[in-house]
Design a protein around this ligand. Structure first.
Ligand code: GLU
Length: 465
């Protein structure tokens, strides 16, 4: 364990989306830094110049901001550091820990075939030849890796992982055009960013062996490795599009809250006893790499929905109104207040902010509402029409237009009219909501307010008189 303040990082490549696995890795790095009082950093691995557009980089920034995982220092851009990567390769050349390999593509191809036939990795003859700077031929710079022995990774999640050095070829550090390779760039950047713990997906476990060899060649301290199992779909297969969603932005668009995602993703591969619901502060207080499990985690939509419902029930209605409004076509700025006012009456059953949008739709309808055919027919029969008329008068006299006041009024009316609620409740509900989903009657009328509620009832009555 490095005897330095903890510094972790997330190092995404800007490919145009932020995978939910990247979000989970970011969260674990973030939590570990918070847990230890260390720092959490962001490095954009933008060396693929075709994919690394400004827009794609922006997707990562937006994803991180949305998740509430702000780095503690300005982001580092890998491509801009290519000169530093080259310097490190040159330092290894100077100490004899790297060499220039002048093999032509044809020579490399025949060595590859030979190596395959002999069941060994590719070896360049230039490894043991004197440097040939004068040759004026293109070359790559390769690491002069040990030929035998083992490279041992002490992984904080996987335990000890051993690699036979004879199975690792001399990896390329600089290409013929002088550009640094991925593994070199990662090592130099992690070293210079003073990263103490490399926490990332276990698809990088093999890279850890190669990177260890580079650290050793440079005489640098190797960070603590922690390779996380990947996130799988509910069926156990690697998470992909067919499982419903894989990009952070998709979870946002589907109506999940960032606090839900933080809580949920923390539980994907890590746990604190049986705790399913916990705050950010608790997660930071509890999170330790040693409690990360090494089996793949499965995305469970039911659990995610359950958790989102929990956070929706806690969130500020004005904030939820803004989120729900994104899913409402033709919503006007004036509607936001009304939506926020309605949310407390409808949110208990909402799994997502999309559900919230559906649940508040009744309140945004404009008078006169289109009534369901069945309701119109019922109103036309004298008995129901008359009863709704008497109910209108009773409601008009309600002093306290709130849930208890309206519940009492409805009960009193049922008694005085000598019927059960079933004789007028469904009709009143349809009149108030136009057939859209709505909460219970008292909640619906409280959400609508006195004037709008009575107005909607009057509109309905005007159809029968
Ligand atoms: N850029 C790599 C990726 O997006 C991460 C490399 C690392 O974490 O070391 O998978």
């Amino acid at each position: 364990m490095p005897n330095r303040p903890v510094r972790t990082r997330i190092a995404p490549s800007p490919t145009g989306m932020m995978h939910i696995g990247t979000a989970r890795t970011a969260l674990f790095n973030f939590l570990y830094a918070k847990h230890t009082g260390g720092k959490f950093l962001l490095r954009i691995e933008d060396t693929d110049r075709e994919r690394s557009t400004e827009a794609n980089v922006e997707v990562i920034f937006e994803g991180m901001t949305w998740l509430g995982l702000e780095p503690d220092e300005p982001p580092v851009f890998q491509f801009a550091r290519a000169a530093r990567h080259r310097e490190a390769a040159e330092a290894m050349l100077a100490t004899g820990r790297a060499y220039k390999d002048y093999m032509t593509p044809e020579e490399l191809e025949s060595e590859r075939e030979l190596a395959r036939a002999e069941g060994r990795v590719v070896r360049s003859p230039w490894r043991d030849l004197a440097p040939n700077d004068a040759a004026d031929r293109p070359f790559v710079v390769r690491l002069k890796a040990p030929l035998d022995g083992e490279t041992v990774i002490q992984d904080a999640v996987k335990g000890e992982v051993r690699f036979q050095n004879r199975q690792l070829d001399d990896l390329i550090l600089l290409r013929t055009d002088g550009t640094p390779t991925y593994n070199l760039a990662v090592v130099v950047d992690d070293h210079e960013m003073e990263i103490t713990h490399v926490i990332r997906g276990d698809d990088h476990l093999n890279n850890a062996a190669r990177q260890t060899l580079i650290y050793q060649a440079l005489g640098w301290e190797v960070p603590v490795w922690a390779h996380l199992p990947l996130i799988h779909g509910p069926d156990g297969a690697k998470l992909s599009k067919r499982h419903g969603a894989q990009a952070v932005s998709e979870f946002d668009e589907m109506g999940y809250l960032p606090e839900t995602m933080r809580n949920y993703l923390a539980r994907l591969g890590w746990g604190h006893g049986d705790d399913e619901i916990f705050s950010d502060a608790q997660a930071a207080a509890w999170f330790d790499i040693k409690d990360v499990v090494s089996a793949p985690a499965r995305l469970d939509w039911d659990k995610l929905n359950h958790l989102n419902n929990h956070y929706i029930r806690q969130a500020d209605p004005a904030r939820l109104a803004g989120l729900a409004a994104r899913h409402i076509h033709g919503v006007r700025p004036d509607d936001l207040k009304q939506i926020a006012h309605t949310i407390p009456f409808v949110r208990d059953g909402a799994k997502t902010t999309l559900d919230l949008a559906d649940a508040v739709a009744f309140v945004l309808k404009t008078r006169p509402l289109e009534l369901p055919e069945k309701t119109r027919a019922q109103l036309a029969d004298g008995e129901t029409g008359g009863r709704i008329g008497r109910l209108r008068s009773a409601l008009g006299a309600v002093a306290d237009w709130d849930v208890p006041g309206l519940e009492a009024a409805l009960r009193a009316f049922a008694e005085s009219d000598g019927v059960g609620m079933g004789k007028f409740g469904p009709q009143l509900r349809a009149i108030l909501s136009g057939g859209a989903p709505a909460p219970d009657l008292a909640g619906t009328m409280t959400a609508l307010g006195r004037q709008e509620s009575l107005g909607r009832i009057d509109d309905a009555l005007s159809l029968v008189t």
